[in-house]
Each structure stands twice: as C-alpha cells, then as structure tokens.
Ligand binder design. Structure first.
Ligand code: CA2
Length: 150
C-alpha cells in the first residue's frame, strides 16, 4: 500500500528495454517503453491501482527496487531482459521479498536461441507471460490485480 492508501504495482524493466521501439521491431514491435508505461497505467487505473514504473540497465538497481517494493506494492510485473538468463541474484531478491512477481517477456523466448530458454526467474515467479508482445505487461498487471483479490 502507498501512503495515500491507493494500492500500487511495480512494473520493472531490465537492461536494454529503454531501447524498445527503436530497433528490432520484428522481434519487439514498434511500441516504446513510454507506451508500455501508459498501457500499464490505464490497465491498473480501471481497478483503482497506481503504477510505479522503473527501467534500469544495472542489476543492483533492479535488486534494490525489488527490496524497496516489499510492503509498498501488491506485486511486481517484471521483464528482467537478458538478466533472466543469468541472474541468480535477481531470483534470490524475489524469493527474499515474498511478493508475487509476474515474469513478462515481449518475445516468445522459446522460439529463439537456446540460451533464452532457461530462466532463473521462472521458478520464483507467480506467473509467466511470454510472446504476447507489449500486451504481456497489461496481462501481468491484470493477473496481479486478480491475485490480490483472492
Ligand atoms: O522478450 C523479452 O522481453 C526479453 O526479455 C527481451 C530481452 C532479451 O534478452 C530476453 O531474452 C527476452 C532483450 C531486451 C532488449 O530490448 C531491446 C528492444 C529493442 C531494441 C533492442 C533491444
């Protein structure tokens, strides 16, 4: 919960996702990260939720954001970018805060290179959404709101 009692969701993005919409549209589409932020705010607003939105290229910043989310948000919609496939530290941070995390990948990682098929995040995620484009973030927000209502 936030100070004003409006429930909040953290939407967190990892490395290189600041480049969304500028390159590789055949894989990631044409929408920018600002478009994603707007989509998330609109989806959350329908159910009276607010969005905290953060992107970082630095693993430690992402870990700090996960720690700070404890007790402050209902859950996290997280696209860890390439850290998905490398970071035990991010998985440990998620385990440590005991918040529901929805892992989102814009592309269908299972149709891509083998190194993208393994995720350190999936075993600690509440739900996983892949290959739905940027609508995956909206689905992630909706899923967290669904979980919070249970
Ligand atoms: O499909 C996804 O959302 C990914 O998490 C995106 C990561 C990739 O390493 C994962 O395997 C799957 C890459 C994010 C880089 O995003 C860019 C977007 C546009 C242009 C360049 C990079």
């Amino acid at each position: 919960m936030s100070e004003n009692n409006t429930p909040r969701i953290l939407v967190l993005n990892g490395p290189n996702l600041n480049l969304l919409g500028t390159r590789e549209p055949e894989i990631y589409g044409h929408e920018t990260l600002s478009d994603v932020e707007e989509l998330c705010r609109a989806a959350a607003g329908k159910s009276g939720y607010e969005i905290e939105f953060l992107q970082s290229n630095h693993e430690g910043v992402l870990i700090d954001a996960i720690h700070a989310a404890r007790g402050a948000v209902a859950g996290i919609v997280f696209n860890p970018g390439a850290f998905t496939h490398t970071s035990v530290a991010l998985a440990d941070a998620i385990s440590g805060v005991q918040l529901p995390v929805i892992e989102v990948h814009i592309s269908n990682v299972h149709r891509r290179e083998a190194f993208r098929h393994h995720s350190y995040i999936s075993p600690v995620a509440a739900s996983i959404i892949v290959g739905a484009g940027v609508n995956g973030y909206v689905l992630g927000v909706q899923q967290l709101i669904h979980l919070a209502g249970k």
